[in-house]
Write a new protein. Sequence first.
Length: 252
Amino acid sequence: MRPLIVIGNWKMNGNLAANREWVQIVCHGMEKGMPAGRRYGVCAPYPYLAQCGELIQTCSLAFLSLGAQDVSAHVSGAYTGEVSASMLRELGCTYVIVGHSERREMHQETDELVSEKALQALDNGLTPIICVGETAVERNSGRAVEVVRGQISRQVSILQDRLADCLVAYEPIWAIGTGKVASAQVAQDVHRAIRLQLAEFDEDVASHVCILYGGSVKPENAVELFAMPDIDGGLIGGASLNPRDFLAICQA
Ligand code: 13P
């Protein structure tokens, strides 16, 4: 049985005061009781990881885990501006997003680089959240499943059975920050295709890997999405900035 996992991705948002209020509201809300068998996380910008980690630790119940939004593919050394997986681990991170479409597009990240980042994360006890997804042009030309299967197959070829310790996030690029959510059935169809692709490598891995959906998830559409058999939770951007909306999605 796969758990339901809801993870917020703040992207480049937040400040010391707002983060404090966010963690307080979310932790208090979670302390009142949450559905069983679920996991939650928040991926904050690097400079706020220490602050958020400390704030989360003051919650009386360990519901919420900390995550980062990217990680270096290198162990250490002359890589100005990069942050290593061991540093993230030291700051208390559990999760790290790798290969978000915004990084693939703005920083020319390839599937190979994304796999190397995932390996660094795994080697340091972090759970990588590997993002895949097609553009609007790819979807409109009927190639959505083919594109996503290609991304997954390149991850499989490098990560092999270590994929069992990763999360996958299907984030159709046309649905990110646009308000255009994929319908639950459209998302389910791609999630199923991802699982079948994983099953070609290893059926056990395929049945255990959690596949999250990301792209304009809101409290209003989360219930329907999360009810789909191959959708195991969500990676939430914009709506995760509002602590009450994030809580509502976590409870969906
Ligand atoms: P939105 O929820 O704002 O569409 O962003 C999704 C996302 O990119 C999460 O990583």
